[in-house]
Design a protein around this ligand. Sequence first.
Ligand SMILES: [Zn+2]
Length: 238
Amino acid sequence: MSKYILRLDDASDYMDIEKWQRMENLLNKYNIKPLVGIIPENQDPALVGVYERDPLFWDKVNRWKEKGWELAPHGCNHKYITEDGGINPVNKRSEFAGVPLEEQCSKIRTGMKIFREHGIEPRIFFAPSHTFDKNTLEALKRESDIRIISDTVANDVYYQDGFYFIPQKSGKVRKLPFRVCTFCYHPNMMKNGDFEYLEAFLKDKYSNFVPVQDIEMEKKSMSALDKVLRAIYFAKRR
Ligand SMILES: [Zn+2]
């Protein structure tokens, strides 16, 4: 049976509180514990310029933590400063890929500091727009104990360069035959129909959804199938 992870991107003190609450209610109903990407120091004008700052945001995060939700730094400030796709070139823009190592270290350090100030020791990282490079991994090694990345295309979790990679393939729930599958949602951007579609899928498939803690982390490298999937995915994308 495929294992599905629900990933929610772009939580921060600047977000659409009502839509996030609607998502939380939905996940409560089906007892699903998501992986949530929190922007530690949000400076993205598309978010900061749109939503009012929520001074109680981190109280909410700690409530999520109590419920067993997995919390991950999602970049540092969520601003795109390069047109680099890095080692997972899903998009040609990045906060990290192509950025000098020292600067990446500083970003990771800042994010870790903010998480720790709020009592959270994260285990997973994922970058804005899914884009990062080898220096991002090096920066994570130097500045944190994070050794798991949510991203890249593969059938199953694999281990490379000292990190476990949990594959992330789809922006919308659907039946996929892969061993581990992460569906990535942006609650801030969701429309009524997106919530309804998601609920219809959860009603049928909720038992496939597992918290990240239930995913086996094995030190095995990318399989032949993983490499084929990756090649097909990026060929289609081009
Ligand atoms: Zn994002």
